[in-house]
Design a protein around this ligand. Structure first.
Ligand SMILES: C[S@@+](CC[C@H](N)C(=O)[O-])C[C@H]1O[C@@H](n2cnc3c(N)ncnc32)[C@H](O)[C@@H]1O
Length: 179
């Protein structure tokens, strides 16, 4: 497991202008979209169906929620600190005809209530993930399913680690005690 205090440049590409200052990259999570291939693997490994409710903590363009709604009819919530990204997610959900299943909200992940969630996805950087770690551990202990892309939740053993060679050796960490 990587040392969460160590920092190395985590992203090969930043795809949009973002209000998150790059100087704080180690502490804040800038917008970088999870590749579609990785999203498909994440959703498959979360064993989702229409009874689930999926929350994306830092949802960017909302592609994870939108893909889950299109492929598995999974309702959900995407939250992001950047209102411009939330607008893009809302428009895309309408274009894809899944807006009735999804809500996108401009919100700090620290404020996000996970009591409605059965599954959560995260692509937050380690120090940021640490700030929601207690909330995620409570969520897992209550039977929730979690997938972390690239950055694992420290202090919890994943039930599965999927290494993605094509994605610059990034990994998907699945936490699902129900399996
Ligand atoms: C690496 S991107 C992941 C985007 C999306 N989940 C995906 O995988 O395609 C991280 C996202 O977290 C958002 N973010 C950063 N800090 C946040 C905060 N405190 N609360 C909510 N979202 C935040 C960023 O704006 C960015 O869109």
């Amino acid at each position: 497991m990587e040392n969460d205090d160590a920092w190395s440049p985590p992203f090969h590409e930043v795809e949009t202008q973002t209000a998150v200052p790059y100087g704080d990259l180690h502490a804040l999570s800038p917008f970088v979209a999870t590749p579609q291939k990785a999203i498909d693997i994440i959703l498959e490994n979360l064993d989702l169906d229409s009874k689930d409710f999926l929350v994306d903590l830092g949802c960017g363009h909302g592609t994870i929620n939108i893909t889950a709604a299109k492929k598995y009819s999974v309702p959900g919530l995407g939250v992001d600190i950047e209102s411009e990204l939330i607008s893009i997610a809302e428009e895309q959900a309408i274009q894809d005809g899944v807006q009735h299943l999804l809500q996108f909200k401009t919100q700090d992940v620290l404020e996000t209530d996970l009591s409605c969630a059965t599954a959560v996805v995260s692509f937050l950087v380690p120090r940021h993930l640490k700030q929601v770690a207690d909330k995620l551990k409570t969520f897992l202990n209550s039977g929730g399913k979690l997938a972390c892309y690239h950055y694992p939740l420290q202090g919890v053993e994943p039930t599965k680690v999927i290494k993605l060679k094509e994605e610059f050796n990034k990994s998907i960490f699945i936490y699902n005690n129900k399996k």
